[in-house]
Design a protein around this ligand. Structure first.
Ligand SMILES: [Zn+2]
Length: 305
């Protein structure tokens, strides 16, 4: 019973909840608690899927099940066969489900992590060869590409880089450039790449019929909104909005995190002008995350009671 509940919970959290949460666009006005809620939902889906097997094993402790069917000669034979073999049947199903869930996660994590890190290393080497270090006294790690399209992005990792184009330097006044650099450094400091990688891995681990593209899209937008907050603290909302508009045509590579041009500019501009959410709503968002995270563990605990 609890195993079935946990399996259903995993499906709801992986497929239904993300679609519902993506419609709550007001969540975007508090990107940090919203990201916590999204992480809680995705992690809880994984925990629920992994707990379904152990919860099924707990069913073996139930020695009363099965005798109800013993109302006829045939019913008795079936019940006795089930009582004699159910241990192996349930253990096998539980093991297969757990191995499948873990296997998909590990395989997806390995493939995506390896591909991203290789692409990032290649791009970093390319940038180091082609670009000149920014020369007006700013911190190390900034590279300038000789390209006319205003673009800014960062390459996260141990040897991180912030990459700007000549077009961006020409188009952005100093205060807007400061906003863009604050945005990129927020990505690097917060290791937003790991967050997006985590959701990408989960996205590809979930079977197609259950998979929800809304989660990945929304998390990408929230990460950008979070970095925009750093830009606003540095240069103010109007300057940040101007910088976003200037960079709207630029494209960050797959291995990087940009400051604009990823199709989210309009939504982010609206967020810059929006009122922040009330403290009560933020507390409720954290409470929702906590409840969602505890739910599968509580069901597993009940199964083993
Ligand atoms: Zn960004």
């Amino acid at each position: 019973m609890y195993a079935l509940l946990l399996a259903a919970l995993a499906v709801v959290l992986a497929g239904v909840a993300p679609r519902a949460m993506a419609r709550l666009v007001s969540f975007r006005r508090a990107p940090r608690p919203a990201l916590v809620a999204w992480q809680a939902v995705s992690l809880s889906a994984v925990i629920a899927a992994l707990c379904a097997g152990p919860a099924a094993v707990a069913y073996l402790n139930d020695t009363t099940y099965g005798w109800f069917a013993c109302s006829s000669q045939n019913g008795c034979a079936t019940t006795i066969w089930w009582m004699e073999n159910r241990r192996w049947i349930v253990l096998t199903i539980a093991a297969v489900v757990t191995v499948l869930v873990l296997g998909r996660l590990l395989l997806s994590g390995h493939r995506i992590g390896t591909r991203l890190r290789a692409a990032r290393a290649r791009h970093r080497e390319l940038v180091d060869v082609l670009a000149a270090p920014e020369s007006d006294g700013r911190a190390d790690g900034i590279r300038v590409l000789d390209h006319a399209t205003p673009t800014a992005y960062c390459l996260p990792g141990r040897r991180s880089r912030v990459v700007l184009t000549q077009g961006a330097l020409a188009a952005l006044p100093d205060d807007e450039l400061d906003a863009v650099l604050a945005h990129e450094r927020a990505h690097l400091r917060g290791r937003h790449d790991l967050l997006i990688e985590y959701f990408t891995v989960l996205h590809h681990s979930v079977p197609n019929p259950v998979r929800s593209p809304e989660a990945l899209r929304e998390v990408r937008l929230l990460v950008e909104a979070l970095a925009d907050r750093a830009a606003v603290r540095r240069s103010g909302p109007v300057t940040t909005a101007r910088a976003l508009l200037t960079l709207a045509q630029g494209q960050a590579p797959e291995a990087g995190l940009g400051a604009g041009g990823d199709g989210t500019t309009a939504a982010r501009m609206r967020l810059l002008a929006a009122e922040p959410l009330s403290s009560l709503t933020i507390v409720l968002m954290y409470a929702y995350a906590a409840v969602v995270l505890i739910l599968p563990l509580a069901l597993l605990g009940l199964a083993w009671q």
